[in-house]
Design a protein around this ligand. Structure first.
Ligand SMILES: NC(=O)c1ccc[n+]([C@@H]2O[C@H](COP(=O)([O-])OP(=O)(O)OC[C@H]3O[C@@H](n4cnc5c(N)ncnc54)[C@H](OP(=O)(O)O)[C@@H]3O)[C@@H](O)[C@H]2O)c1
Length: 282
């Protein structure tokens, strides 16, 4: 049995709390990285159409010899395709690239409130079709702020299963996380180690030394104990292994508080702000 806990989603499905992210993995390295991650024990892969490596994720899963049903795969809608007809075509292409007739979780990658007349609601209603026909087992959003989630609640029938947002010790994003907790939306924490940016922090290294663990293990453990879903990215097999070994120790409440206190408000954010981000691939 895997040490990785499953998190219950609001639609009755479950998701492994620890997965493997493939953002910025070159397509030429992706299949091998995914196969290695699955060998280590990961059973959850997080990709996106905009990462340009969905095809290679599918190849890596097939090369592992595991059954498709044993691996949880997430992908996300490209920012260029929020119009319903485009979203339908893009979703078909995601399934075709993955070489699968379903995806476990499909997300709106960014809300893009300054584009498409701010109409992510019709995009969400199109996502509901994918859930309805069973080709997306679960649907969710990414980078949605509270006001975006409130609009979905007011204008549509389906509560997103997850909201995938930037969360790490320098940017704890607690208001959006709390909204999710109150409304049954699981939080997925992207860039969980801030792309390495929190690993030399003296609070993190002191706790790691005491626990006999590495800084990355301590930070990932902090996420797990907060209840969030994480999928650190690495192309380095020893780090994939390291990041997987976080279920044999516990942080105490003082450790948890000290790490949470590293929050730097908006200064800690490393990615774009969801209210203004408007990048659309050409
Ligand atoms: N929805 C969104 O808008 C969004 C945005 C960003 C990310 N994401 C998702 O979240 C996933 C994770 O985020 P991320 O890739 O931005 O960053 P991350 O997982 O926080 O950090 C990845 C970086 O840390 C290094 N690293 C990994 N494990 C390490 C360890 N144990 N010790 C030292 N360095 C280590 C990796 O290097 P090497 O690879 O060289 O080993 C890589 O440079 C992505 O892959 C993607 O699936 C989603």
């Amino acid at each position: 049995m895997s040490a990785v806990p499953n998190i219950d989603l609001n639609d009755g499905n479950t998701i492994p709390q620890l997965g493997f992210g493939v953002f910025q993995i070159d397509p030429s390295e992706t299949a091998e990285s995914v196969t290695e991650a699955l060998r280590v024990g990961y059973r959850h892969i997080d990709t996106a159409e905009m990462y340009g490596n969905e095809r290679e994720v599918g190849e890596g899963v097939r090369a592992s010899g595991l059954d498709r049903g044993d691996v949880f795969i997430t992908s996300k809608l490209n920012n260029s395709y929020h119009e319903p007809e485009d979203a339908r075509r893009a979703f078909d292409e995601t399934l075709s690239a993955l070489g699968s007739d379903y995806v476990d979780l499909f997300l709106i990658h960014w809300p893009l409130p300054t584009l498409y007349d701010g109409d992510f609601v019709s995009t969400w209603k199109t996502m509901e079709e994918f859930k309805g026909d069973g080709r997306a087992r679960s649907i969710g959003v990414s980078n949605f702020q509270i006001e975006h989630l409130e609009r979905l609640a007011a204008e549509t029938d389906t509560v997103p299963a997850v909201n995938q947002i930037e969360v790490h010790p320098y940017f704890t994003n607690d208001a959006v996380r709390s909204y999710g907790q109150e409304h049954g939306i699981a939080t997925e924490a992207w860039s969980p180690i801030a792309q390495g940016g929190v690993l030399e922090d003296s609070t993190v290294t002191r706790i790691a030394d005491r626990a006999g663990k590495t800084p990355a293990q301590v930070v990932l453990r902090w996420h797990i104990q907060r209840g969030d879903i994480v999928f650190p990215k690495s192309v380095t097999p020893s780090r994939m292994q390291e990041n997987f070994e976080i279920f044999d120790f516990e942080l105490n409440s003082t450790d948890m508080e000290e790490i949470s206190d590293l929050h730097q408000d908006e200064h800690g954010r490393t990615g774009p702000h969801p209210d203004t981000f408007d990048k659309v691939p050409s």
